[in-house]
Write a protein that binds this ligand. Sequence first.
Ligand code: C2E
Ligand code: MG
Ligand code: MG
Length: 596
Amino acid sequence: MDVLNKNKLETENLVDELVSANKLLLAQNAALAHENKELGVIASIFNSQEGMAIVDASLNIVRVNKAFTEITGYSAEEAIGMTPKLLSSGKHDKVFYARMWQSLNNEGRWEGEIWNRRKNGEIYPQYLSIAVVYHAAGHVANYVSTLTDISKGKAAADKISNLAFYDPLTQLPNRRLFLDRLGHELVANNRDVRRGALLFIDLDHFKNLNDTLGHMVGDLLLQQVAARLMLSVRKTDTVARLSGDEFFIFLANLSDNEIECAKRAKELADKMIGLFDTAFLLNEHSYRITASMGVTLFNGDETSIDMVLKQADIAMYQAKAKGRNTVCFFENRMQDDITRYVKLERELTTAIALGQFELFYQVQVDDKQKPFGAEALIRWNHPELGLVSPGYFIEMAEETGLIVPIGQWVLEAACEQLKAWEAIPKMRSLTLAVNISSKQFHQDDFVTHIKHIVKQYGIHPALLKLELTETAFSKNIESLISSMTALKGIGIQFELDDFGTGYSSLQYLKRLPLEQLKIDQSFVREIEYNENDKQIVRTIISMTQNLDLKVIAEGVETENQKQILLDSGCQRFQGYLFGKPLPIAEFEESILNSIA
Ligand code: C2E
Ligand code: MG
Ligand code: MG
Protein backbone atom coordinates (compact mmCIF):
# COMPACT_ATOMS: atom_id res chain seq x y z
CA MET A 1 0.00 0.00 0.00
CA ASP A 2 2.73 2.43 1.05
CA VAL A 3 4.88 1.45 -1.87
CA LEU A 4 2.01 1.98 -4.27
CA ASN A 5 1.22 5.38 -2.80
CA LYS A 6 4.87 6.29 -2.92
CA ASN A 7 5.07 5.32 -6.56
CA LYS A 8 1.98 7.27 -7.33
CA LEU A 9 3.36 10.32 -5.57
CA GLU A 10 6.68 10.01 -7.39
CA THR A 11 4.86 9.76 -10.69
CA GLU A 12 2.79 12.82 -9.91
CA ASN A 13 5.87 14.80 -8.86
CA LEU A 14 7.71 13.83 -11.98
CA VAL A 15 4.82 14.76 -14.21
CA ASP A 16 4.61 18.09 -12.41
CA GLU A 17 8.31 18.69 -12.96
CA LEU A 18 8.07 17.90 -16.65
CA VAL A 19 5.03 20.10 -17.06
CA SER A 20 6.70 23.06 -15.36
CA ALA A 21 9.90 22.59 -17.39
CA ASN A 22 7.84 22.66 -20.51
CA LYS A 23 5.91 25.72 -19.34
CA LEU A 24 9.16 27.55 -18.80
CA LEU A 25 10.25 26.72 -22.32
CA LEU A 26 6.94 27.91 -23.70
CA ALA A 27 7.07 31.11 -21.69
CA GLN A 28 10.54 31.94 -22.98
CA ASN A 29 9.48 31.34 -26.52
CA ALA A 30 6.29 33.27 -26.05
CA ALA A 31 8.26 36.22 -24.72
CA LEU A 32 10.56 36.12 -27.72
CA ALA A 33 7.64 35.87 -30.08
CA HIS A 34 6.03 38.80 -28.40
CA GLU A 35 9.10 40.96 -28.92
CA ASN A 36 9.12 40.04 -32.56
CA LYS A 37 5.58 41.13 -33.07
CA GLU A 38 6.26 44.67 -34.10
CA LEU A 39 6.72 44.87 -37.83
CA GLY A 40 8.64 48.12 -37.49
CA VAL A 41 11.67 46.33 -36.12
CA ILE A 42 11.65 43.57 -38.72
CA ALA A 43 14.80 44.80 -40.37
CA SER A 44 16.96 44.41 -37.30
CA ILE A 45 15.30 41.30 -36.03
CA PHE A 46 15.46 39.66 -39.39
CA ASN A 47 18.99 38.73 -38.61
CA SER A 48 18.05 37.14 -35.29
CA GLN A 49 18.51 33.58 -34.12
CA GLU A 50 14.83 32.87 -34.67
CA GLY A 51 13.71 31.81 -38.08
CA MET A 52 11.44 34.34 -39.70
CA ALA A 53 9.23 34.28 -42.72
CA ILE A 54 6.99 36.92 -44.20
CA VAL A 55 3.96 35.60 -46.01
CA ASP A 56 1.72 37.80 -48.11
CA ALA A 57 -2.05 37.97 -48.07
CA SER A 58 -2.31 35.28 -50.75
CA LEU A 59 -0.20 33.02 -48.53
CA ASN A 60 2.97 33.09 -50.56
CA ILE A 61 6.26 33.31 -48.76
CA VAL A 62 7.87 36.60 -49.70
CA ARG A 63 10.87 36.72 -47.46
CA VAL A 64 12.81 34.48 -45.10
CA ASN A 65 15.92 35.07 -42.97
CA LYS A 66 19.12 33.10 -42.50
CA ALA A 67 17.93 31.35 -39.36
CA PHE A 68 14.86 30.14 -41.29
CA THR A 69 17.16 28.44 -43.78
CA GLU A 70 19.22 26.94 -40.99
CA ILE A 71 16.17 25.55 -39.26
CA THR A 72 14.11 24.38 -42.23
CA GLY A 73 16.86 23.55 -44.69
CA TYR A 74 15.19 25.62 -47.43
CA SER A 75 17.15 28.49 -48.97
CA ALA A 76 15.44 31.81 -49.66
CA GLU A 77 15.23 30.93 -53.36
CA GLU A 78 13.56 27.62 -52.61
CA ALA A 79 11.10 29.06 -50.10
CA ILE A 80 10.03 32.29 -51.72
CA GLY A 81 6.93 31.91 -53.82
CA MET A 82 5.88 28.72 -52.01
CA THR A 83 3.11 28.56 -49.42
CA PRO A 84 3.91 27.65 -45.79
CA LYS A 85 2.55 24.18 -46.60
CA LEU A 86 6.11 23.54 -47.74
CA LEU A 87 6.91 23.01 -44.07
CA SER A 88 3.86 20.94 -43.16
CA SER A 89 4.57 17.70 -41.32
CA GLY A 90 1.13 16.22 -41.84
CA LYS A 91 1.01 15.60 -38.12
CA HIS A 92 -1.78 18.05 -37.38
CA ASP A 93 -5.40 17.62 -38.31
CA LYS A 94 -7.88 20.05 -39.85
CA VAL A 95 -9.17 21.13 -36.46
CA PHE A 96 -5.68 22.29 -35.50
CA TYR A 97 -5.43 24.55 -38.54
CA ALA A 98 -9.02 25.76 -38.21
CA ARG A 99 -8.23 26.94 -34.68
CA MET A 100 -5.07 28.63 -35.88
CA TRP A 101 -7.00 30.54 -38.56
CA GLN A 102 -9.73 31.46 -36.15
CA SER A 103 -7.16 33.03 -33.86
CA LEU A 104 -5.39 34.84 -36.71
CA ASN A 105 -8.65 36.24 -38.06
CA ASN A 106 -10.11 37.25 -34.72
CA GLU A 107 -7.07 38.24 -32.70
CA GLY A 108 -4.51 38.98 -35.34
CA ARG A 109 -2.06 36.46 -33.95
CA TRP A 110 -1.42 32.82 -33.13
CA GLU A 111 1.28 31.08 -31.25
CA GLY A 112 1.98 27.57 -30.12
CA GLU A 113 3.93 24.39 -30.66
CA ILE A 114 3.76 22.84 -34.08
CA TRP A 115 5.43 19.89 -35.78
CA ASN A 116 7.06 20.81 -39.08
CA ARG A 117 9.10 18.96 -41.65
CA ARG A 118 12.63 19.97 -42.64
CA LYS A 119 13.83 19.75 -46.23
CA ASN A 120 15.66 16.53 -45.33
CA GLY A 121 12.36 15.01 -44.27
CA GLU A 122 12.99 15.16 -40.55
CA ILE A 123 9.95 16.08 -38.54
CA TYR A 124 10.73 18.38 -35.62
CA PRO A 125 8.85 20.47 -33.09
CA GLN A 126 9.01 24.23 -33.25
CA TYR A 127 7.52 27.11 -31.44
CA LEU A 128 5.69 29.25 -33.95
CA SER A 129 4.38 32.74 -33.50
CA ILE A 130 2.41 34.42 -36.28
CA ALA A 131 1.43 38.09 -36.25
CA VAL A 132 -0.92 39.63 -38.79
CA VAL A 133 0.11 42.99 -40.25
CA TYR A 134 -2.71 45.09 -41.59
CA HIS A 135 -2.88 47.83 -44.22
CA ALA A 136 -4.19 51.12 -43.05
CA ALA A 137 -7.52 50.17 -44.65
CA GLY A 138 -7.70 47.15 -42.39
CA HIS A 139 -6.90 44.50 -44.97
CA VAL A 140 -4.30 41.88 -44.29
CA ALA A 141 -0.94 42.96 -45.67
CA ASN A 142 1.36 40.20 -44.38
CA TYR A 143 1.77 37.43 -41.90
CA VAL A 144 5.03 37.54 -40.00
CA SER A 145 6.08 34.18 -38.62
CA THR A 146 8.77 33.64 -36.03
CA LEU A 147 9.86 30.09 -35.55
CA THR A 148 12.09 28.56 -32.90
CA ASP A 149 13.43 25.03 -33.15
CA ILE A 150 12.60 23.38 -29.84
CA SER A 151 13.58 19.87 -30.86
CA LYS A 152 16.63 19.86 -28.58
CA GLY A 153 14.67 20.83 -25.47
CA LYS A 154 11.93 18.46 -26.49
CA ALA A 155 14.32 15.56 -27.03
CA ALA A 156 15.83 16.13 -23.61
CA ALA A 157 12.40 16.21 -22.02
CA ASP A 158 11.46 13.04 -23.90
CA LYS A 159 14.58 11.33 -22.73
CA ILE A 160 13.84 12.26 -19.15
CA SER A 161 10.34 10.98 -19.48
CA ASN A 162 11.63 7.83 -21.15
CA LEU A 163 14.00 7.12 -18.30
CA ALA A 164 11.37 7.87 -15.75
CA PHE A 165 8.67 5.72 -17.27
CA TYR A 166 10.35 2.97 -19.27
CA ASP A 167 12.52 0.05 -18.37
CA PRO A 168 15.88 0.69 -20.08
CA LEU A 169 16.50 -3.04 -20.64
CA THR A 170 13.29 -3.99 -22.41
CA GLN A 171 11.84 -0.57 -23.30
CA LEU A 172 8.62 -1.71 -21.68
CA PRO A 173 6.73 0.63 -19.36
CA ASN A 174 8.20 0.42 -15.88
CA ARG A 175 6.44 0.05 -12.55
CA ARG A 176 5.69 3.76 -12.27
CA LEU A 177 4.02 4.08 -15.64
CA PHE A 178 2.28 0.75 -15.35
CA LEU A 179 0.74 1.56 -11.99
CA ASP A 180 -0.31 4.92 -13.31
CA ARG A 181 -2.03 3.35 -16.31
CA LEU A 182 -3.56 0.62 -14.21
CA GLY A 183 -4.91 3.31 -11.90
CA HIS A 184 -6.52 5.09 -14.84
CA GLU A 185 -7.87 1.83 -16.15
CA LEU A 186 -9.49 0.97 -12.84
CA VAL A 187 -11.09 4.40 -12.72
CA ALA A 188 -12.23 4.06 -16.33
CA ASN A 189 -13.61 0.65 -15.53
CA ASN A 190 -15.57 2.20 -12.73
CA ARG A 191 -17.28 4.38 -15.24
CA ASP A 192 -18.24 2.10 -18.06
CA VAL A 193 -18.12 -1.37 -16.48
CA ARG A 194 -16.12 -3.02 -19.23
CA ARG A 195 -14.17 -5.68 -17.52
CA GLY A 196 -10.45 -6.25 -17.86
CA ALA A 197 -7.81 -8.58 -16.50
CA LEU A 198 -4.38 -8.34 -14.98
CA LEU A 199 -1.81 -10.99 -15.84
CA PHE A 200 1.26 -11.55 -13.73
CA ILE A 201 3.98 -13.56 -15.45
CA ASP A 202 6.98 -14.87 -13.57
CA LEU A 203 9.63 -16.95 -15.32
CA ASP A 204 10.30 -20.35 -13.79
CA HIS A 205 13.78 -20.84 -12.32
CA PHE A 206 15.11 -17.74 -14.09
CA LYS A 207 17.84 -17.62 -11.46
CA ASN A 208 19.33 -20.82 -12.90
CA LEU A 209 20.01 -19.05 -16.18
CA ASN A 210 21.71 -16.11 -14.47
CA ASP A 211 23.74 -18.49 -12.33
CA THR A 212 24.85 -20.72 -15.19
CA LEU A 213 25.23 -18.44 -18.22
CA GLY A 214 25.60 -15.09 -16.49
CA HIS A 215 23.55 -11.92 -16.17
CA MET A 216 24.24 -10.68 -19.70
CA VAL A 217 22.56 -13.76 -21.12
CA GLY A 218 19.81 -13.39 -18.53
CA ASP A 219 19.24 -9.85 -19.79
CA LEU A 220 19.06 -11.14 -23.36
CA LEU A 221 16.34 -13.55 -22.37
CA LEU A 222 14.35 -10.80 -20.64
CA GLN A 223 14.55 -8.70 -23.79
CA GLN A 224 13.35 -11.56 -25.95
CA VAL A 225 10.53 -12.41 -23.57
CA ALA A 226 9.50 -8.75 -23.63
CA ALA A 227 9.53 -8.76 -27.42
CA ARG A 228 7.44 -11.93 -27.66
CA LEU A 229 4.91 -10.60 -25.19
CA MET A 230 4.70 -7.26 -26.98
CA LEU A 231 4.07 -8.92 -30.31
CA SER A 232 1.26 -11.04 -29.02
CA VAL A 233 -0.89 -8.51 -27.21
CA ARG A 234 -3.48 -6.17 -28.63
CA LYS A 235 -2.74 -2.48 -29.13
CA THR A 236 -4.90 -1.60 -26.16
CA ASP A 237 -3.03 -3.88 -23.75
CA THR A 238 -0.04 -2.77 -21.71
CA VAL A 239 2.95 -5.02 -21.14
CA ALA A 240 5.33 -3.93 -18.40
CA ARG A 241 8.31 -5.25 -16.53
CA LEU A 242 7.99 -4.45 -12.85
CA SER A 243 11.21 -6.01 -11.65
CA GLY A 244 13.61 -8.87 -12.41
CA ASP A 245 11.75 -11.56 -14.30
CA GLU A 246 8.30 -10.26 -13.37
CA PHE A 247 6.14 -9.10 -16.24
CA PHE A 248 2.64 -7.69 -15.98
CA ILE A 249 0.10 -7.31 -18.71
CA PHE A 250 -3.16 -5.60 -18.36
CA LEU A 251 -5.81 -6.51 -20.78
CA ALA A 252 -8.24 -3.65 -20.96
CA ASN A 253 -11.85 -3.80 -22.08
CA LEU A 254 -12.21 -7.53 -22.54
CA SER A 255 -15.96 -7.74 -22.27
CA ASP A 256 -18.78 -6.41 -20.13
CA ASN A 257 -19.87 -9.95 -19.40
CA GLU A 258 -18.03 -11.64 -16.55
CA ILE A 259 -17.91 -15.13 -18.07
CA GLU A 260 -16.90 -13.84 -21.47
CA CYS A 261 -14.21 -11.72 -19.82
CA ALA A 262 -12.81 -14.75 -17.97
CA LYS A 263 -12.88 -16.76 -21.19
CA ARG A 264 -11.00 -14.11 -23.16
CA ALA A 265 -8.46 -13.67 -20.35
CA LYS A 266 -7.91 -17.43 -20.27
CA GLU A 267 -7.40 -17.56 -24.04
CA LEU A 268 -4.90 -14.74 -23.89
CA ALA A 269 -3.06 -16.22 -20.90
CA ASP A 270 -2.83 -19.61 -22.65
CA LYS A 271 -1.47 -17.84 -25.69
CA MET A 272 1.18 -16.19 -23.50
CA ILE A 273 2.15 -19.56 -21.99
CA GLY A 274 2.41 -20.90 -25.54
CA LEU A 275 5.00 -18.20 -26.33
CA PHE A 276 7.43 -20.15 -24.18
CA ASP A 277 7.08 -23.36 -26.20
CA THR A 278 9.73 -22.18 -28.63
CA ALA A 279 13.30 -22.05 -27.38
CA PHE A 280 15.01 -18.67 -27.04
CA LEU A 281 18.22 -18.10 -28.91
CA LEU A 282 20.65 -16.46 -26.49
CA ASN A 283 23.90 -15.85 -28.32
CA GLU A 284 24.90 -19.36 -29.32
CA HIS A 285 22.68 -21.02 -26.71
CA SER A 286 19.26 -22.37 -27.45
CA TYR A 287 17.45 -22.00 -24.14
CA ARG A 288 14.07 -23.23 -22.97
CA ILE A 289 12.22 -21.68 -20.07
CA THR A 290 8.65 -21.82 -18.86
CA ALA A 291 6.54 -19.30 -17.02
CA SER A 292 3.94 -19.28 -14.26
CA MET A 293 1.02 -16.91 -14.61
CA GLY A 294 -1.53 -15.48 -12.24
CA VAL A 295 -4.63 -13.81 -13.61
CA THR A 296 -7.18 -11.68 -11.88
CA LEU A 297 -10.25 -10.11 -13.41
CA PHE A 298 -11.47 -6.68 -12.48
CA ASN A 299 -14.72 -5.00 -13.14
CA GLY A 300 -14.35 -1.74 -11.34
CA ASP A 301 -16.45 -2.42 -8.28
CA GLU A 302 -14.24 -0.33 -6.03
CA THR A 303 -11.18 -2.42 -6.73
CA SER A 304 -8.00 -0.67 -5.71
CA ILE A 305 -4.65 -1.05 -7.46
CA ASP A 306 -3.00 -2.82 -4.59
CA MET A 307 -5.92 -5.21 -4.35
CA VAL A 308 -5.69 -6.36 -8.00
CA LEU A 309 -1.91 -6.57 -7.78
CA LYS A 310 -2.18 -8.68 -4.64
CA GLN A 311 -4.74 -10.94 -6.27
CA ALA A 312 -2.57 -11.48 -9.35
CA ASP A 313 0.32 -12.18 -7.02
CA ILE A 314 -1.64 -14.78 -5.04
CA ALA A 315 -2.79 -16.47 -8.26
CA MET A 316 0.77 -16.52 -9.62
CA TYR A 317 2.06 -18.19 -6.47
CA GLN A 318 -0.74 -20.70 -6.80
CA ALA A 319 0.53 -21.46 -10.32
CA LYS A 320 4.03 -21.98 -8.89
CA ALA A 321 2.63 -24.25 -6.20
CA LYS A 322 0.83 -26.29 -8.85
CA GLY A 323 4.18 -27.16 -10.37
CA ARG A 324 4.85 -24.08 -12.54
CA ASN A 325 4.42 -23.69 -16.31
CA THR A 326 0.73 -23.02 -15.80
CA VAL A 327 -1.95 -20.35 -15.47
CA CYS A 328 -3.98 -19.85 -12.31
CA PHE A 329 -6.94 -17.57 -11.85
CA PHE A 330 -7.44 -15.70 -8.64
CA GLU A 331 -10.42 -16.94 -6.67
CA ASN A 332 -11.88 -15.45 -3.53
CA ARG A 333 -11.24 -18.77 -1.85
CA MET A 334 -7.50 -18.13 -2.12
CA GLN A 335 -7.97 -14.81 -0.39
CA ASP A 336 -9.99 -16.57 2.32
CA ASP A 337 -7.23 -19.13 2.78
CA ILE A 338 -4.69 -16.39 3.18
CA THR A 339 -6.85 -14.47 5.61
CA ARG A 340 -7.30 -17.66 7.64
CA TYR A 341 -3.58 -18.34 7.46
CA VAL A 342 -2.68 -14.88 8.69
CA LYS A 343 -5.21 -15.17 11.52
CA LEU A 344 -3.84 -18.56 12.54
CA GLU A 345 -0.30 -17.24 12.53
CA ARG A 346 -1.32 -14.37 14.78
CA GLU A 347 -3.20 -16.66 17.14
CA LEU A 348 -0.32 -19.11 17.27
CA THR A 349 2.07 -16.33 18.22
CA THR A 350 -0.28 -15.37 21.04
CA ALA A 351 -0.56 -19.04 22.05
CA ILE A 352 3.21 -19.22 22.47
CA ALA A 353 3.28 -16.04 24.53
CA LEU A 354 0.35 -17.10 26.74
CA GLY A 355 1.39 -20.74 27.05
CA GLN A 356 -1.81 -22.22 25.60
CA PHE A 357 -0.19 -25.58 24.81
CA GLU A 358 -0.46 -28.84 26.66
CA LEU A 359 1.16 -32.25 26.23
CA PHE A 360 -0.90 -35.41 25.94
CA TYR A 361 0.73 -38.78 26.52
CA GLN A 362 0.10 -41.98 24.59
CA VAL A 363 1.35 -45.23 26.03
CA GLN A 364 3.73 -47.58 24.21
CA VAL A 365 3.72 -51.27 25.18
CA ASP A 366 5.84 -54.37 24.61
CA ASP A 367 4.77 -57.83 23.42
CA LYS A 368 3.48 -58.63 26.93
CA GLN A 369 1.43 -55.43 26.82
CA LYS A 370 3.64 -53.92 29.51
CA PRO A 371 4.06 -50.11 29.18
CA PHE A 372 7.67 -49.15 28.59
CA GLY A 373 7.20 -45.60 27.41
CA ALA A 374 5.00 -42.87 25.99
CA GLU A 375 4.88 -40.43 23.12
CA ALA A 376 4.28 -36.78 23.95
CA LEU A 377 1.71 -35.25 21.58
CA ILE A 378 1.00 -31.56 21.62
CA ARG A 379 -2.48 -30.03 21.99
CA TRP A 380 -3.50 -26.40 21.79
CA ASN A 381 -6.05 -25.06 24.24
CA HIS A 382 -7.55 -22.56 21.84
CA PRO A 383 -9.65 -19.89 23.61
CA GLU A 384 -12.56 -20.29 21.15
CA LEU A 385 -12.05 -23.65 19.48
CA GLY A 386 -11.19 -25.64 22.59
CA LEU A 387 -8.67 -28.46 22.32
CA VAL A 388 -6.99 -28.35 18.92
CA SER A 389 -4.96 -31.22 17.34
CA PRO A 390 -1.49 -30.67 15.90
CA GLY A 391 -2.80 -31.49 12.40
CA TYR A 392 -4.43 -28.05 12.47
CA PHE A 393 -1.36 -25.98 13.19
CA ILE A 394 1.96 -27.89 12.99
CA GLU A 395 2.36 -27.48 9.24
CA MET A 396 1.82 -23.75 9.37
CA ALA A 397 4.06 -23.51 12.42
CA GLU A 398 6.76 -25.18 10.33
CA GLU A 399 6.21 -22.85 7.37
CA THR A 400 6.39 -19.73 9.52
CA GLY A 401 9.21 -20.92 11.74
CA LEU A 402 6.97 -20.73 14.83
CA ILE A 403 7.72 -24.43 15.26
CA VAL A 404 11.05 -23.45 16.80
CA PRO A 405 9.66 -21.78 19.94
CA ILE A 406 6.81 -24.31 20.06
CA GLY A 407 9.23 -27.24 19.83
CA GLN A 408 11.35 -25.67 22.52
CA TRP A 409 8.36 -25.51 24.81
CA VAL A 410 7.52 -29.18 24.05
CA LEU A 411 11.06 -30.29 24.89
CA GLU A 412 11.11 -28.43 28.18
CA ALA A 413 7.67 -29.70 29.16
CA ALA A 414 8.72 -33.27 28.30
CA CYS A 415 11.94 -33.03 30.32
CA GLU A 416 10.08 -31.52 33.26
CA GLN A 417 7.72 -34.50 33.10
CA LEU A 418 10.53 -37.05 32.90
CA LYS A 419 12.05 -35.44 35.97
CA ALA A 420 8.73 -35.59 37.84
CA TRP A 421 8.37 -39.31 36.96
CA GLU A 422 11.67 -40.07 38.70
CA ALA A 423 9.80 -39.74 41.98
CA ILE A 424 7.14 -42.32 41.00
CA PRO A 425 8.46 -45.92 40.97
CA LYS A 426 6.03 -47.17 38.32
CA MET A 427 6.84 -44.25 36.04
CA ARG A 428 10.54 -43.71 36.53
CA SER A 429 11.75 -46.09 33.83
CA LEU A 430 9.33 -44.90 31.12
CA THR A 431 10.92 -43.46 28.00
CA LEU A 432 9.35 -40.35 26.53
CA ALA A 433 9.32 -39.80 22.77
CA VAL A 434 9.15 -36.23 21.50
CA ASN A 435 8.41 -35.25 17.90
CA ILE A 436 11.01 -32.95 16.40
CA SER A 437 10.32 -31.23 13.11
CA SER A 438 12.97 -31.01 10.53
CA LYS A 439 13.19 -27.24 10.71
CA GLN A 440 13.68 -27.41 14.44
CA PHE A 441 16.40 -30.05 14.15
CA HIS A 442 18.29 -28.10 11.53
CA GLN A 443 18.57 -25.03 13.77
CA ASP A 444 22.23 -24.22 14.33
CA ASP A 445 22.01 -24.37 18.09
CA PHE A 446 19.80 -27.47 18.34
CA VAL A 447 22.48 -29.75 19.81
CA THR A 448 23.59 -27.16 22.37
CA HIS A 449 20.00 -26.48 23.24
CA ILE A 450 19.17 -30.15 23.94
CA LYS A 451 22.33 -30.61 25.99
CA HIS A 452 21.41 -27.53 27.97
CA ILE A 453 17.86 -28.73 28.71
CA VAL A 454 19.00 -32.22 29.70
CA LYS A 455 21.39 -30.64 32.17
CA GLN A 456 18.95 -28.02 33.38
CA TYR A 457 16.27 -30.57 34.28
CA GLY A 458 18.79 -33.17 35.37
CA ILE A 459 17.08 -35.99 33.48
CA HIS A 460 18.50 -39.32 32.43
CA PRO A 461 19.20 -38.70 28.69
CA ALA A 462 18.53 -42.33 27.72
CA LEU A 463 14.86 -41.80 28.61
CA LEU A 464 14.46 -39.04 26.06
CA LYS A 465 13.73 -40.22 22.51
CA LEU A 466 13.69 -37.81 19.63
CA GLU A 467 11.34 -38.74 16.79
CA LEU A 468 12.41 -37.50 13.41
CA THR A 469 10.59 -37.97 10.11
CA GLU A 470 12.17 -38.65 6.77
CA THR A 471 11.70 -35.00 5.77
CA ALA A 472 14.72 -34.27 8.00
CA PHE A 473 16.87 -36.14 5.46
CA SER A 474 15.90 -33.90 2.58
CA LYS A 475 18.62 -31.40 3.33
CA ASN A 476 22.16 -31.42 4.57
CA ILE A 477 22.41 -35.06 5.56
CA GLU A 478 26.00 -34.69 6.77
CA SER A 479 25.14 -32.05 9.34
CA LEU A 480 22.13 -34.15 10.37
CA ILE A 481 24.36 -37.15 11.02
CA SER A 482 26.89 -35.14 12.96
CA SER A 483 24.21 -33.55 15.18
CA MET A 484 22.59 -36.93 15.80
CA THR A 485 25.94 -38.48 16.61
CA ALA A 486 26.74 -35.68 19.04
CA LEU A 487 23.46 -36.18 20.88
CA LYS A 488 23.76 -39.93 20.83
CA GLY A 489 27.10 -39.35 22.50
CA ILE A 490 25.31 -38.05 25.61
CA GLY A 491 22.89 -40.98 25.56
CA ILE A 492 19.88 -39.57 23.69
CA GLN A 493 18.02 -42.00 21.43
CA PHE A 494 16.61 -41.43 17.98
CA GLU A 495 13.68 -42.97 16.26
CA LEU A 496 12.39 -42.62 12.72
CA ASP A 497 8.67 -41.78 12.70
CA ASP A 498 6.07 -42.54 9.99
CA PHE A 499 8.46 -44.98 8.38
CA GLY A 500 7.49 -46.09 4.88
CA THR A 501 5.80 -42.87 3.81
CA GLY A 502 8.93 -40.96 2.83
CA TYR A 503 11.92 -41.67 0.73
CA SER A 504 14.53 -43.11 3.06
CA SER A 505 17.21 -44.99 1.27
CA LEU A 506 18.88 -47.94 2.87
CA GLN A 507 22.07 -46.03 2.55
CA TYR A 508 20.83 -43.41 5.01
CA LEU A 509 19.36 -45.95 7.38
CA LYS A 510 22.74 -47.56 7.75
CA ARG A 511 24.54 -44.31 8.37
CA LEU A 512 22.12 -42.66 10.80
CA PRO A 513 22.60 -43.45 14.48
CA LEU A 514 18.99 -44.61 14.90
CA GLU A 515 17.68 -46.82 17.65
CA GLN A 516 14.22 -47.58 16.33
CA LEU A 517 11.89 -47.35 13.33
CA LYS A 518 8.21 -46.62 13.72
CA ILE A 519 6.04 -48.28 11.10
CA ASP A 520 3.54 -45.73 9.83
CA GLN A 521 -0.07 -46.26 10.83
CA SER A 522 -1.20 -46.24 7.20
CA PHE A 523 0.29 -49.75 6.77
CA VAL A 524 -1.13 -50.98 10.06
CA ARG A 525 -4.62 -49.72 9.27
CA GLU A 526 -5.26 -52.23 6.49
CA ILE A 527 -2.87 -54.95 7.48
CA GLU A 528 -5.77 -57.37 8.05
CA TYR A 529 -7.18 -57.03 4.53
CA ASN A 530 -4.44 -55.69 2.36
CA GLU A 531 -1.88 -58.31 1.45
CA ASN A 532 0.40 -55.69 0.00
CA ASP A 533 0.52 -53.72 3.25
CA LYS A 534 1.15 -56.93 5.16
CA GLN A 535 4.12 -57.68 2.91
CA ILE A 536 5.50 -54.17 3.31
CA VAL A 537 5.23 -54.42 7.09
CA ARG A 538 6.99 -57.82 7.06
CA THR A 539 9.76 -56.45 4.86
CA ILE A 540 10.24 -53.43 7.14
CA ILE A 541 10.44 -55.67 10.18
CA SER A 542 12.99 -58.05 8.67
CA MET A 543 14.99 -55.08 7.46
CA THR A 544 15.14 -53.64 10.98
CA GLN A 545 16.41 -57.01 12.18
CA ASN A 546 19.18 -56.93 9.59
CA LEU A 547 20.09 -53.36 10.47
CA ASP A 548 19.97 -54.14 14.17
CA LEU A 549 17.22 -51.62 14.82
CA LYS A 550 14.21 -51.89 17.10
CA VAL A 551 10.78 -51.54 15.54
CA ILE A 552 7.45 -50.24 16.83
CA ALA A 553 4.09 -50.16 15.08
CA GLU A 554 1.79 -47.16 15.56
CA GLY A 555 -1.95 -46.83 15.09
CA VAL A 556 -2.72 -50.32 16.37
CA GLU A 557 -6.46 -50.40 17.01
CA THR A 558 -7.48 -54.07 17.02
CA GLU A 559 -6.34 -57.32 18.58
CA ASN A 560 -6.14 -58.82 15.11
CA GLN A 561 -3.72 -56.11 13.90
CA LYS A 562 -1.60 -56.64 16.97
CA GLN A 563 -1.52 -60.41 16.39
CA ILE A 564 -0.45 -60.07 12.73
CA LEU A 565 2.29 -57.63 13.76
CA LEU A 566 3.41 -59.90 16.54
CA ASP A 567 3.51 -62.88 14.15
CA SER A 568 5.60 -60.80 11.77
CA GLY A 569 8.18 -60.14 14.46
CA CYS A 570 7.13 -56.73 15.82
CA GLN A 571 7.28 -56.52 19.58
CA ARG A 572 6.43 -52.94 20.39
CA PHE A 573 3.12 -51.22 19.88
CA GLN A 574 1.31 -47.93 20.18
CA GLY A 575 -2.34 -47.27 19.38
CA TYR A 576 -5.87 -46.86 20.65
CA LEU A 577 -5.94 -50.58 21.51
CA PHE A 578 -3.60 -49.85 24.40
CA GLY A 579 -4.53 -46.26 25.14
CA LYS A 580 -5.42 -42.96 23.48
CA PRO A 581 -3.30 -39.87 23.99
CA LEU A 582 -4.31 -38.59 27.46
CA PRO A 583 -3.75 -35.52 29.61
CA ILE A 584 -1.04 -36.10 32.20
CA ALA A 585 -3.26 -36.89 35.19
CA GLU A 586 -5.27 -39.51 33.29
CA PHE A 587 -2.15 -40.98 31.71
CA GLU A 588 -0.45 -41.41 35.09
CA GLU A 589 -3.58 -42.94 36.51
CA SER A 590 -3.78 -45.44 33.65
CA ILE A 591 -0.15 -46.49 34.17
CA LEU A 592 -0.47 -46.75 37.92
CA ASN A 593 -3.58 -48.90 37.48
CA SER A 594 -2.12 -51.15 34.80
CA ILE A 595 -1.68 -54.72 35.94
CA ALA A 596 1.40 -55.48 33.88
P1 C2E B 1 2.75 -38.90 14.92
O1 C2E B 1 4.00 -38.50 15.61
O2 C2E B 1 2.83 -39.98 13.92
O3 C2E B 1 1.72 -39.25 16.05
C1 C2E B 1 0.78 -40.27 15.95
C2 C2E B 1 -0.55 -39.72 15.67
O4 C2E B 1 -1.44 -40.79 15.52
C3 C2E B 1 -1.10 -38.89 16.81
O5 C2E B 1 -1.92 -37.90 16.25
C4 C2E B 1 -1.93 -39.89 17.56
O6 C2E B 1 -2.97 -39.29 18.31
C5 C2E B 1 -2.49 -40.70 16.44
N1 C2E B 1 -2.83 -42.04 16.87
C6 C2E B 1 -2.26 -42.76 17.87
N2 C2E B 1 -2.82 -44.00 17.96
C7 C2E B 1 -3.74 -44.08 16.98
C8 C2E B 1 -4.65 -45.10 16.53
O7 C2E B 1 -4.70 -46.20 17.06
N3 C2E B 1 -5.44 -44.84 15.48
C9 C2E B 1 -5.38 -43.62 14.86
N4 C2E B 1 -6.18 -43.42 13.83
N5 C2E B 1 -4.56 -42.62 15.24
C10 C2E B 1 -3.74 -42.85 16.29
P2 C2E B 1 -1.84 -36.41 16.74
O8 C2E B 1 -1.67 -36.33 18.19
O9 C2E B 1 -2.99 -35.71 16.12
O10 C2E B 1 -0.52 -35.93 16.09
C11 C2E B 1 -0.41 -35.84 14.73
C12 C2E B 1 0.99 -35.52 14.30
O11 C2E B 1 1.37 -34.23 14.73
C13 C2E B 1 2.01 -36.43 14.92
O12 C2E B 1 2.09 -37.63 14.20
C14 C2E B 1 3.26 -35.62 14.80
O13 C2E B 1 3.80 -35.73 13.51
C15 C2E B 1 2.74 -34.23 14.96
N6 C2E B 1 3.02 -33.77 16.33
C16 C2E B 1 2.36 -34.04 17.48
N7 C2E B 1 2.96 -33.45 18.51
C17 C2E B 1 4.03 -32.80 18.00
C18 C2E B 1 5.07 -32.00 18.59
O14 C2E B 1 5.16 -31.79 19.80
N8 C2E B 1 6.01 -31.48 17.76
C19 C2E B 1 5.96 -31.72 16.42
N9 C2E B 1 6.91 -31.17 15.64
N10 C2E B 1 5.02 -32.46 15.84
C20 C2E B 1 4.06 -33.00 16.63
MG1 MG C 1 5.48 -39.27 16.39
MG1 MG D 1 3.76 -41.27 13.21
